[in-house]
Every structure is written in structure tokens, then in C-alpha cells.
Design a protein around this ligand. Sequence first.
Ligand code: F6P
Length: 340
Amino acid sequence: MTRKSDNDQLSFTSGRIKKIGILTSGGDAPGMNAAIRAATRSAIAAGREAVGILRGYQGMIDGDFIPLQSTDVSGILQLGGTMLKTARCKEFRTPEGRRRAKEQLTAAAIDAVIVIGGDGSFTGAWVMSQECDIPFVGIPATIDNDMYGTDYTIGYETALNSVVCAVDKIKDTARSHGRIFFIEVMGHEAGLLALNSGIACGAEVILIPESKAQHDELQKFLEKGYRDKESSGIVMVAEGDEAGGALHIAEQIRRDHPDLDVRISILGHIQRGGSPVARDRINATRMGIAAVDALLNDQKSIMIGLDNNRIVHVTFNKAVKMNHSIDTGLLEVHNLLNGM
Ligand code: F6P
């Protein structure tokens, strides 16, 4: 990981890159538009052309490109989703798909590409950058916040707040009926969204793939905590929990404890939408500028990251291969507060 000394400073030096392609790929995340806007405008400020590549790698293969002027990215900062559209593209995983993509980039004279997405998107960029001489720089954007080498990914803050708002509402009805709710949140194979939303909402139990021991906490709560307090309960479940998601776990609990009033709520894609919160807009803007700055300083095959709120460069190799770890100390503190 390289720490940049003058954070958020622009020093566009390379004359080699004239036209920069920008794409969003994988699951959309609130704040992607802010990153598109920042990358477009900083490329233009540096005297370069910006081009939008539609529908991620699929648009690269199909040559679906649109020129981006400063006015094209006006009014998008506060919008969720992505103005460039996104896709999970199977064809790009094949050498033939990437060969076609390279031909399209060359035909459009696109010299460099900024990929806004998660680890699947960076894996594609990394593979392609090894096969051709087009530099790629990544901006991490996923509500999962599960990328190695960065404390933060675009969209996470908004998703976290969306989950907190939803759970607060569910708590009202849970309390009124004295019910136990199993609430499933997204996060692919990562539990950060479940962990932090669970803490923010005062959930009784948090089940995440990173800690199997949490299932003991659930048993403790069902056998003692719930009855002692004669109250309701919230069990946050990360979709990647190894016991199989909220539906599966709740069915098991219903079988084992037929006297309990159990309900299930799967928050789903509501977590991916909505206007980005201020932190996502600000960080996406910083990362968009940093990506252009990196390319124009001859960097390639790196992801822009944030480490202690400072911009850093992380090689694709590390970003996609290494696992993002989670602070399980926070989970222990949560258990302590809820076991009392
Ligand atoms: O990676 C972002 C994410 O929202 C994950 O949390 C989730 O597992 C996945 O995308 C869902 O993807 P899709 O919208 O393609 O079903």
C-alpha cells in the first residue's frame, strides 16, 4: 500500500493519456454518480477527454461509449444508482470477451480506464491490464465495505443508514407485539453491514459469517435473555452467515421454540438505493479525483483506498486476493452490553 504524501492534491503530469474511459460495474452503490462526476470533471480540468462506458464491461465489449462533458454530470451528485448503468458481465471473464473489449477501446482511442466497483470488477480489470497496455485504476464502490486495503467503500455509509432507519421502524412493531425479528441484511460474504447496523440499532444478537460463536449468543438470548426481559428482540443476520440466512435460521428457531413469536424481514435491495449520504458523496468525490490523478501520474493496476481518511494506492493484486478482516472486538463489546 502506498501512502500519498499530499493527499487530495492534483498533479497531472503524464502527457500519454488523452482520453479516459469511466465505467461502473457489479452491484450499484449510492455515491457512484459522485465518483463519475468527480472523475469526469477532473479529467476535463487536466485537459483530457472523459468517456462514459455504459453497462460496465458489457458496454466495453459492445463499444457502448458516450462522451462526457462537464454539463453531462450536472445534477447527479445526489442521485442513487449509476448514470452509466451497471452489469455483472460473464462474457468479460473469457479471453474472447476481453479481446473484443480491447478492440473497442482502441477503436475509440480510449487510453486508460477508471473502474468503479467491487472485487469482481477489479479482478476483471487486473486480468485485462495484464493482457494489454491499457492502464486501469479502480475506485472501490460496494455497500458491503469488504475490500482489502481500504477502510471504506462508496455506498457503505448510505446503506448502513438505510438499514438503521428500517430496523428502527421494525423495532416499533416488534416491541408492540413482543416478537423476535430476524432481519437479514446484505453483505455478500461479509458481516460489516450487519455488525455496525446491529450496534447502531441495539440488536440483541448479531450473526455474521466472521464469527461462528455468535450462534451461542443466539441460544443464550432465546433461552434466557428473551424470557427474563419479557420483551421483543432483534437478531441481525448477515446474508452470508454460514447457518443459511434469516429465513433458514428463523425456521429452525420456530421448530425448536414453538412458543416464541418469530417474524422474518429480509431488507433486500432497498439497501442499495437512495440518495447518498454526505460522507459517501465526499469520499466518492475524493476518490474520483484521486483516480484521475493516479492515471496521469502513470499509475496502473491499483485501487484508490482510504486509510485513516487518507488517500492510498493499493495494488489490484492485493485488493482482490487478500481478505478484508473485521473488527471482532466490536462484536465482543456488543455481546457484553447485551448479555447484561
Ligand atoms: O455486492 C453488493 C451486493 O449488494 C451484495 O451485498 C449482495 O450479495 C449482492 O450485491 C446482490 O447482488 P444482485 O443485486 O446482483 O442480486
